[in-house]
Design a protein around this ligand. Structure first.
Ligand SMILES: [Zn+2]
Length: 244
């Protein structure tokens, strides 16, 4: 009888965690940048932490990957900017050549125009590594997690967005930014703030959202105030359950 009870308990414990435990995280240098990769089960979901100083997003993503299927890439750095080769760059500005050149010029004031150009070419030659790693397979979804701490809010994005969903104006620092209209249509029925940016208009800033909009890749950026772990976990879980 005791054995039977034990087996039943073991069965219930297994049933509560239907996904296999995630594989041991591994470290990879991609386009000159160190990443931690967490793979869990088989899924066309890709998840990304691109800014190393956004610690709430990092903690939220690591916790999420303990049960959710997908492949997550987390930048293995504690700083916002990185040095893939010789100069400093914002990693969320290196998804295009003009974006990378602008970020390099801004962050390396003492570098000559020739040095900026050489570094831009170095990055151009290696961009495919980063894209091959983090972009989802066709039809798949890429979720990027960000934190804001410097006043950035949904109002900054609203004027350059195709659509805005603002059910919670009192929490403007917590919102989704989607590039796919069909994803936005689902998010639009929910309780969280969101914008749709499906056109790649304006100057190319080299951000991942801009690249995904231009290539019609399903991308959602989950933006939350730094420190608001409860909201970021709740919104990530909700989004993951909502979208196909
Ligand atoms: Zn960020």
């Amino acid at each position: 009888m005791a054995i039977l009870r034990l087996n039943r308990r073991a069965f219930l414990a297994a049933a509560a965690f239907p996904f296999p435990a995630p594989a041991k995280p591994d470290r990879k240098t991609i386009s000159g940048i160190p990443f931690l990769r967490i793979r869990n089960g088989h899924s066309n979901r890709r998840l990304l932490l691109i800014h190393g100083d956004e610690s709430t997003a990092r903690d939220t993503l690591i916790e999420h990957m303990k049960s959710a299927p997908g492949v997550a890439y987390l930048i293995d750095s504690r700083t916002r900017t990185v040095r893939p080769h010789l100069l400093e760059i914002d990693p969320n500005r290196m998804f295009s050549s003009p974006g990378a050149a602008a970020s390099l010029a801004k962050l390396n004031a003492s570098a000559s125009p020739a040095a900026i150009q050489r570094e831009t070419r170095w990055l151009d030659a290696r961009r495919h590594q980063l894209l091959e790693a983090i972009l989802p397979p066709p039809g798949g979804l890429l979720i990027a997690l960000h934190n804001n701490a410097r006043g950035y809010a949904i109002q900054s994005e609203a004027p350059i967005s195709n659509r805005v969903h603002l059910p919670s104006p009192a929490t403007p620092h917590e919102f989704f930014l989607a590039t796919s209209e069909s994803d936005f249509n689902l998010i639009d029925r929910g309780p969280y703030n969101a914008v749709l940016q499906s056109d790649a208009g304006g100057p190319d800033d080299g951000s991942l959202s801009r690249l995904c909009a231009a290539r019609a890749i399903r991308y959602v950026n989950l933006e939350c105030a730094l420190g608001n772990r409860a909201a970021q976990s709740e919104m990530l879980k909700w989004l993951d359950g909502l979208l196909p």
